[in-house]
Design a protein around this ligand. Sequence first.
Ligand code: AMP
Length: 559
Amino acid sequence: MPGATAQTLRPFLWRAEQLFSDREIVSRTHEGIVRYDYEEYADRVAQLASALDEIGVEEGDRVGTFCWNHHRHFETYFGIPNMGAQLHTINPLLPDHHIEYIVENADDQVLFVDQSLLPKLEGPAQSDAFDGVKQFVVMGSEVPETSLDPVVDYESFIEDHSTEYDWPDVDEEAPAGMCYTSGTTGDPKGVEYTQQMLWAHTMATLPESGIGIGSDEVVMPVVPMFHVNAWGMPFSTTAAGAKHVYPGPSPEPADLANLIAEEGVTLTAGVPTVWLGLLEYAKENEVDLSSLERIIIGGSAAPKSLIKTFDQQYDVEVVHAWGMTEMAPIGTVAHLKPEMQDWPAEKRYEKQAKQGLLVPGLEMKVIDENGEEVPHNGEDFGELWVRGPWVTTEYFERPEANEEDFVEDDDGTWLKTGDVVNVDEDGYVQIVDRAKDVIKSGGEWISSVELENALMAHDDVAEATVIGIPHERWQERPVAFVVPTGGADTETLQEDLLDAIKAEYPKWWVPDDVVYIEEVPKTATGKFNKKVLRDQYGEDTDLVKGKAPEEAAPEGDDD
Ligand code: AMP
């Protein structure tokens, strides 16, 4: 029995091990399907902690992971925080210079890395930013050819260690997790999750007003574990004592369909792009989704058509949720109130396509341009501000960003979300715009400001701006608007610019088009007025036509 009465993660695992010891954890890996139970899981978590202890990892140290969703990554989820260290999940889809910044800023001591992601890590790992990393651990039972050093494979790393570990009583204020967000301009910003924040988030997501997870469920998080802890699902699934299914490296729709059918998945979660892909696959192939009851969709807006197709063709409920890295991440969930259950289908889908109702435990307000709170009438809009036990009140070592994104008032600190919303009479929040200068493609951020700077670095570009154009599969794709200089060769400039971006950024950051304009529209204060461009070109899907979806895929960049 854990000694502490503090709000920490350890009791969740302890309970699962005691009460549901033979519930399964199933994982798709490079080496095929791995299957074991909570008892073995807890043993391996203890072995991992002992191994980290032996190489000198101490309470308060940060340990990074550069991994997809699988059982070994899940072992780090409890192993690292339970020993009082901090689990830092790193997004491998980021440009190299962001990865360097993140590892140096977090001062990671050890890095766990997937085999398929080795080539992606090897470049940044050459830089001084990685000097503090004293051990690389490759997720598997062997080490492929690599320049990482010193390096060991995960199974050798843990194998000789005891399955008993003398867990410390960790303070609930101790940082347990960390995730960087690239949601706004400049370098990525670190968000630390204390033990208490992760505990509170888990407790909020367990009941029906959150996600609602029962011990009889089979839960498959498709949302990456490097994305805000896969929306906390590895923790909440453990707290519920439910079965876990992890889809492994770069899962294709066929892999997801197979796991759902073979493991009897009841609940899954991911960004809209993933489910649009699964539906496409299901058109051409025989799939059995009969076990599936609910899909949590968030990260970008869940299209109404997606909600409808899952309901009508598969009898699967889409639970649309909104959240942020800064909120660990869940903020609102579009559950229908009891009186809405009997509404006509179309009216229900309308409601479900909104971002939803605030999760119990949080507070929110919507502030307009004049600093006034807007009424809940479904029309007036403003920026959404939130606060609560699992909402951060600062970024890691970034005072200038804190000033922009947080507001102190008499009784606490509010997070300014950067999402522009209205709230209807029933209390459902709906995102109508984004104050942040970013594009979200397939659930991953692209910084429009970084692309603009890269474009404007070209001698033949007078001004450039990049906006997100709606895209059926990726929700948004970047399109560049460029004002060429007088002497520019406009025959070759577009190609030159795209080549320059390809050389520096992952291929899914490359704009789908470069459009010449005479002038970038400006606001009264001289800033680029992207709203005007968005209004003008936002519906112009021709701009992103003819682009093979594979080329636009964030997940296409992983190996
Ligand atoms: P991240 O920190 O990467 O999780 O991104 C958080 C941001 O993603 C939010 O501030 C929103 O702009 C966007 N987002 C998250 N969930 C949704 C949703 N359900 N609908 C629309 N946008 C969303």
